[in-house]
Design a protein around this ligand. Structure first.
Ligand code: TXA
Ligand code: MG
Length: 317
């Protein structure tokens, strides 16, 4: 199994592999990423192939620091402001590609825009610095499946498709970055994630949220409705569970009836804790011994918006 705990030697080896066009999975604070040299068409094509991802769904380019983006995207004032406030961290900005941007057009799925992010995880930071090139990295899972928050999750589905998986502990945020479109006339959240709408609005004022039917397919193809899908059906807003269902709780759950087994996203009803546990617990409950996964209601505020977004997609077939 190609899993290696992070160390300076492993980072150096990973950087060499990436520069040679190979794929390396690495930890970020949101989820683990499946990285490839974003400036290498073949490496980017290999990412799509490894995930079984449609090539109409563009990838995020990751760099270690703000200045590293200058050759790639057209800055604007809003982007500068958000970069200062939220980077490094779980925010992705969609901006116009610069003329002669060296990032593969395939990473942009042929569009004029590029999604960019500066992750805060120390291993991701060290790796990006060592490579010195933008790294295209979708979540390191098969397309449509649950995103990985540990190296083991990555190994379960991609070990024969990557050269190396760098282990760096559990992803602390546990949900993907918020994807914010800064190119369209109105600033719009294409994917709710680790930075909440409330946090963004404090800095830049009102933002829109793309809805499933309103979005234009080429703009936010990652908003394909069914996603994050466990094998079992997912039943939302459960106020009780059947004896053959697995129950995913939120908050004090002593009063709720039923369930063959139960896990609690956060016994004290904390949304940050719930976000960090969500994907790992969905994986744990996704067991053929049960008929379905029933999920207790989760408030729609703050990180709850992103948690509910993932759960809704997990419940679609
Ligand atoms: O937290 C994250 O963002 C993780 C870590 C590894 O950084 N990455 C991640 O990548 O979640 P991925 O590929 O699973 O999701 C990227 C999302 C997709 O919904 C995609 O459609 C959207 O970003 N996206 C990428 N480039 C875009 C662009 N140019 N325009 C609009 N949406 C874009
Ligand atoms: Mg993904």
């Amino acid at each position: 199994m190609p899993v290696a705990p992070s160390s300076p030697e492993v980072i150096a080896r990973a950087a060499d592999l990436l520069r040679a066009g190979k794929l390396v999975a690495f930890p970020t604070e949101t989820v683990y990423g499946l990285g490839g040299d974003a400036t290498n068409d073949l490496a980017v094509a290999a990412i799509y192939a490894a995930k079984g991802r449609p090539q109409i769904n563009p990838l995020i380019a990751h760099v270690a620091e703000v200045a590293a983006l200058d050759p790639h995207i057209e800055w604007n004032d809003t982007a500068r402001l958000l970069a200062t406030q939220f980077w490094p961290g779980p925010l992705t900005l969609v901006l116009s590609r610069k003329k002669n941007c060296p990032v593969s057009l395939l990473a942009s799925a042929g569009m004029e825009t590029l999604a960019v992010r500066i992750p805060s995880h120390p291993v991701a930071q060290a790796l990006l610095k060592a490579v010195g090139r933008p790294i295209a990295a979708p979540s390191a899972n098969l397309s449509g499946k649950i995103s990985p928050t540990t190296a083991l999750h990555v190994a379960e589905s991609l070990s024969d498709k990557v050269e190396l998986i760098i282990a760096g502990g559990k992803s602390t945020v546990g949900l993907e970055s918020t994807v914010l479109d800064l190119v369209s006339p109105r600033i719009c959240i294409l994917r709710p994630g680790g930075i909440t709408r409330e946090q963004l609005e404090k800095v830049i004022g009102p933002v829109e949220t793309a809805t499933h039917n309103a979005h234009e397919a080429p703009l936010a193809p990652g908003m394909l409705p069914s996603h994050y899908a466990p094998e079992l059906p997912v039943r939302l807003n459960a106020n009780s569970a059947a004896d053959n269902e697995a129950l995913l709780c939120f908050g004090p759950a002593a009063f709720i009836k039923g369930g063959a087994t139960r896990l609690n996203l956060s016994g004290r009803g904390d949304l940050e804790e719930a976000a960090a546990h969500l994907f790992a617990m969905l994986r744990q409950l996704d067991d053929k011994r049960y008929r379905a996964i029933a999920v207790m209601p989760i408030p729609e505020t703050g990180l709850g918006a992103a948690i509910n977004d993932r759960l809704r997609r997990a419940s679609l077939r």
